[in-house]
Design a protein around this ligand. Structure first.
Ligand SMILES: [Zn+2]
Ligand SMILES: [Zn+2]
Length: 257
């Protein structure tokens, strides 16, 4: 089995200190590719550096909605430059988070739109973070996503109706271990309707360990195997067939070899 963790934060505390161990355990579990995602300029620089060091490790760079208030003209210039590094395969994560509102909503929308523009210019896919802001996110995409190559809604926690809207736009959906949680019936309903050629897997580690490892405080890519097996069963597929399908989807989406 060969799986790709399409959204992890390997530069974050708890993972970076033991990165060689994290990578080794991941490979042993069949998770042999990683996309480490930056959330602010400091993490973006770290992500690009880390990805340079490991085979099959790639980076996405962006300003998380939490940090949108820090996106200045200078950071945008740096983001655009850094995005042209060899191992950068996507812009993000970017989007809207109206659950926490750590940045004012006007800043979040401005930063989101600016990053869509960079993705358009550089012809890169975009990783969307959307929490309690579905309609507003779709509105920004309507206005600014015109020629963006590909879009994925990460850590999808919306309803089946929302998943259908996302699919109708031609976008992709990626699921974390949340789909294995007892109280996540709505997310499971959504997962049922996403075809494997539009579905990707991620850990979003160090957060959100899947069942039955939910008690493990620091999630890591090796644990994605549980999410993969869970979703394969939900979809009535053999785990290897499911893994092959979503890995092919992920490689095509991010242009990985
Ligand atoms: Zn996110
Ligand atoms: Zn994330």
């Amino acid at each position: 089995m060969e799986l790709i963790d399409t959204h992890c934060h390997l530069t974050f505390d708890g993972l970076i200190q033991d990165i060689d161990g994290v990578v080794a355990r991941s490979k042993a579990a069949g998770v042999t590719g990683w996309l480490t995602v930056g959330t602010d300029m400091q993490q973006n620089r770290k992500a690009v550096k880390l990805a340079d060091k490991y085979e099959n490790m790639y980076a996405a760079i962006g300003m998380h909605p939490h940090d949108a208030k820090d996106l200045t003209a200078d950071t945008l210039t740096e983001l655009r430059e850094l995005a042209q590094s060899k191992k950068v395969v996507a812009i993000g994560e970017t989007g809207l988070d109206y659950h926490y509102n750590f940045s004012p909503q006007t800043d979040q929308k401005r930063a989101f739109a600016a990053q869509l523009t960079i993705a358009k210019e550089l012809n890169l896919p975009v990783i969307i973070h959307c929490r309690e802001a579905f309609e507003e996110t779709m509105q920004v995409l309507d206005n600014h996503a015109g020629r963006v190559k590909k879009i994925v809604f990460h850590c999808f926690s919306g309803s089946a109706e929302q998943a259908k809207i996302v699919l109708d736009y031609g976008f992709y959906i990626s699921f974390t271990g949340v789909v294995t949680f007892k109280n996540a019936e709505a997310t499971r309903q959504a997962a049922r309707i996403v075809p494997v050629d539009r579905l990707m897997l991620e850990t979003d580690c160090p957060y959100m360990s899947p069942e039955p490892m939910r008690k493990q405080k620091i999630n890591e890519p090796a644990l994605m195997l549980h999410t993969a097996e869970y979703l394969a069963e939900l979809k009535g597929m053999a785990p290897t067939d499911f893994a092959d399908a979503v890995t092919a989807t992920s490689k095509a989406f991010f242009g990985l070899s």
